[in-house]
Design a protein. Sequence first.
Length: 162
Amino acid sequence: MRIDDIRLLFRYNDWANDKILDAAEALTPEQLRAPNKFGWGNLLGLLFHLMEAHYAWRHMLTKGEFTAFLDESDYPDVDAIRAFMRDERGLLGAYLERLDDDDLDSDLTYNTEHGPRTRTLWHCLWHLANHGTQHRSECAAILTGLGHSPGDLDFTVFLNQR
């Protein structure tokens, strides 16, 4: 794995997140909070989880430990989530700019509720991006069901639009 590949992966991640948030902005507060079959309570809760996971992993990558959970009530709407994600994008981007190819093969040890884990750095970064893909697909299904599809989120579409 090369650092340029990881940076491209996160540019795609940001693009796809923006498409989801753009579609979510068209919903009413009731639609954002309507129960769904995917978990996290509702679409707003799912967006919050996507944001919080990004924050927690970025914190762990840059500070060596996971951080305390965020308070979901501090992010009551799509605008608040978008603003936080925009800030996180910059912080993760700055971190990625400091890395080189050799860094990606380094080991990273961190604590979980199941005990310590050691992973290769690029595996952690891949996990973070892939986690976003999973939950964006759930968001896209909810949005499409509400008549507000985010459109095609394929990587190749991102590449064509670059």
